[in-house]
Design a protein around this ligand. Sequence first.
Ligand code: SF4
Ligand code: SF4
Length: 361
Amino acid sequence: MSQVIVDDLSTLVEVLIGDGYRVIGPTRSGSAIQLAELTDAGQLPAGWGVETGPGHYRLRRRTDNAVFAHSAGPQSWKTYLHPSRRKLWSTDRNGTFEPAAEETPRYALLGVRGCDLAAIGKLRDVLGGGSHPDGSFQARYQSLFVVAVNCTEPGEVCFCASMGTGPTAGAGADLTLTEMPDHFLVSAGTAGGRELLARIGHRDATTAETDAATAALDTAAQRMGRAMPEVDLRALLAGSRESSHWADVAERCLTCGNCTMVCPTCFCTTTEDVTDLTGDHAERWQRWSSCFELDFSYVHGGSVRGSGASRYRQWITHKLGTWHDQFGGSGCVGCGRCIAWCPVGIDLTEEAGRLAESGHG
Ligand code: SF4
Ligand code: SF4
């Protein structure tokens, strides 16, 4: 569809709220850009960018008022589609059993970058697909309205271009924006997006405006802070099982699991049963889990992956290798969150590069 110009996002947010959506978007909160519910486009982080690096994330003031000129923050949209904690059921001593009444809000996600749009697609395949789809995820996913953003400001830890997920957002969004200095270039990807766009003020884009946006995206693709090595990562990881490199990573890795918590595609959970102090009431909760937890691989008698080396190897092998076998593509979208939020600055592009250099695979 042709692209149009929208001057600001206030009407878009108003119309989405009027249609019953809870609009989630980036806001400045404390010392990070955090996702939160918006009641007004004025809550978007105008004039704030970020500076990132391995184990490093800082807000920085920009000289303009761009609202989407910041790379990925600590949270991902996973938080809304696959909550970190949710009650599954409860029971009482008298034998009553209650499945948890679950809220399934209609979310409009505003500002989803290409990498994160791809990550939502991966969660859809993993949690919403297969013979036992997760009903909670499906209900949330099916009522989504997605406003994607073509990224013109990649950060130091970004490598979506080398993973084929950005900086241009792929298919799957209802609307896609490109933020330019005084306006947004907008295109609709679905009937719902077209219908919504018809209700907000816009004008046709000129050729000069679309050309400027294309040039900005081309420049962004050249400015990625990092890249994955150009090798067959699936074969590389399959051939690296016995690499001495894992011991080297284990010297640095704290097995804290931060990388899995911030990752927009990590989906693993565990369940916990809790009782009240009287023992009359019990509940089962699901919470995010991580392959870095010792209990994650616990089978009768002990953990299968007892060492940090084996747990790091499991994580990166699944992300870059065996995910292909399970789901037909990589489990990594190149958002860079695991690099920025690793307390010791372990960088999976560098680790993959070292494996490639050592001749494994
Ligand atoms: S592995 Fe790291 S870079 Fe890849 S999607 Fe997960 S957090 Fe992003
Ligand atoms: S790689 Fe970094 S973030 Fe991940 S578990 Fe190890 S120390 Fe924690």
